[in-house]
Design a protein. Structure first.
Length: 229
């Protein structure tokens, strides 16, 4: 994959990628607002967000861990400090937040995994048959600068990397912090819908445990009781 991404050009994008709902993103960017693309660990995220970059969208990735010290190469893709915000040092938290806010203020895009397990402040919402704590840090930062929050689903479908963008779910921050739980709940519900359509493509932290429990519980519910046998 790291050797494929540098080869993404217009011809490859047209042949192997499919973008649905681009008008949702274009409308917000045209208005000068920043956007948080709230995505999940579904499908092939790296090809998806690099595909969006190749389509001309100014996308900055949020990634845990520190940047690797490797020799630059035109033949191999690596995230760089230019297009990635690496979250790896708590002492630099203020710097990370300021760069995220500046990115959104300037009308650009932050790609963020909403199903991450990292974050101090959380909201508990239903997800795959359980109550799961989703972090709200990125939602809070989006609220500070009145950025849009757009759910982003990427998965492999019928031979193409399919990127599905939904309408913004922050409702122009009408209720301020009161919107956080609703936003997280809407995102979690949407992500769950697509996970259940393609469970083999989910690589999130809840995959091995929560998903397994969900499908086992569904199988148990379908078993006939003794009186029905």
């Amino acid at each position: 994959m790291h050797y494929l991404i540098p080869l993404l050009d217009k011809r490859m994008i047209e042949r192997f990628f499919k973008l649905e709902g681009a008008h949702h993103l274009d409308l917000v960017l045209k208005g000068g607002r920043g956007v948080v693309l709230m995505a999940g660990h579904l499908g092939n995220p790296h090809l998806a967000f690099c595909g969006l970059r190749s389509m001309g969208y100014p996308l900055i990735l949020i990634k845990g861990g520190s940047p690797r010290q490797v020799k630059p190469s035109k033949l191999r893709y690596r995230e760089t400090l230019v297009d990635t915000i690496f979250i790896h040092d708590r002492e630099l938290a203020a710097d990370y937040k300021e760069r995220i806010l500046e990115t959104l203020r300037s009308g650009r895009i932050i790609h963020y995994y909403g199903d991450t397990s990292v974050g101090r402040k959380r909201e508990r919402v239903p997800f795959l048959g359980r109550e799961i704590d989703f972090p709200t840090g990125m939602v809070r930062l989006a609220h500070q600068v009145k950025a849009a929050v757009i759910p982003c689903i990427h998965l492999y479908d019928q031979g193409k990397i399919t990127i599905i963008l939904k309408g913004s779910i922050e409702h122009d921050w009408e209720k301020g912090e009161g919107e956080y739980k609703r936003i997280i709940s809407e995102f979690a519900g949407l992500l769950e819908t697509y996970i259940l359509e393609a469970p083999e493509q989910y690589m999130g932290v809840y995959g091995p445990t929560v998903m397994s429990e969900y499908f086992h519980s569904q199988a148990d519910e379908r078993k006939p009781s003794q009186g029905e046998r």
